[in-house]
Design a protein around this ligand. Structure first.
Ligand code: PNS
Length: 165
C-alpha cells in the first residue's frame, strides 16, 4: 500500500492546502495529513484545533482515504513509522521551491529513504497562505475565498476572540 504524508503547520488549513490534499490523495492509496509544529512559528490555533479544522474541511468520503493526525516530533520519524513512499508539499513560488528543496535535503540526510513530491498550486490559489489568512482575518477582512466554507465561521470566531483579549 502506497502511503504518502502531507505535513504542515496548517495554522489554519486553507483552500490551497485542501486542494493539495485532494490532488495528492489521488496519487497514493492513503494520504496522511500530519499537523506538526514548526520551531520557527508560534501557531494561533492549538494543534488539536488545527487537526479538527482539517477533518471538518474534508468530506466523509475523502476521510476514507485521507487520515488526519497530529505529530510532535521529527518528520522523518513519522515517515519511517508509517512506511511512507513520499512526503507531499505544495509550492506556490520559487521561494517555496527553495525552502522545500532544502527541507527535503535535510530530511534525506536524517533518513536516506526519504523522498518528496512537490505539487505546484492551482493558479487561483497562489496567493493563499495561512499567514495571509491570519493577517486579513485579524483585521476582520474577508477570508471566505481563502479557507474552506466548512470552517469559515470557526476561524472567524478565533479572530474575534483574539481581538477582544
Ligand atoms: O507548514 P510549514 O510550517 O511549512 O511546515 C513545516 C513542517 C512542520 C513540515 C516542518 O517544520 C517540520 O517538518 N517540522 C517537524 C520537525 C522536523 O522534522 N523538521 C525538519 C528537520 S530538517
Amino acid at each position: 500500500m502506497k502511503v504518502m504524508l502531507f505535513p504542515g503547520t496548517f495554522d489554519p488549513f486553507t483552500r490551497g492546502h485542501r486542494d493539495i490534499a485532494r490532488r495528492a490523495s489521488k496519487l497514493c492509496d492513503e494520504l496522511v495529513v500530519a499537523v506538526m509544529e514548526n520551531s520557527a512559528k508560534t501557531p494561533l490555533f492549538t494543534i488539536e484545533e488545527r487537526e479538527d479544522l482539517i477533518r471538518k474541511s474534508l468530506t466523509g468520503e475523502e476521510l476514507d482515504h485521507i487520515k488526519v493526525m497530529k505529530w510532535d516530533g521529527l518528520l522523518v520519524d513519522l515517515y519511517s513509522d508509517l512506511g511512507c513512499c513520499a512526503v507531499v508539499r505544495g509550492i506556490r513560488s520559487e521561494s517555496d521551491f527553495r525552502y522545500e528543496a532544502e527541507l527535503a535535503l535535510a530530511n534525506r540526510l536524517l533518513y536516506p529513504g526519504y523522498d518528496a513530491v512537490l505539487l505546484p498550486c492551482r493558479d487561483d490559489m497562489s496567493l493563499i497562505s495561512s499567514t495571509i489568512v491570519k493577517e486579513v482575518g485579524f483585521y476582520g477582512g474577508d477570508i471566505s475565498k481563502m479557507v474552506p466554507a466548512e470552517i469559515l465561521e470557526e476561524v472567524k470566531d478565533k479572530f474575534k476572540k483574539g481581538r477582544k483579549q
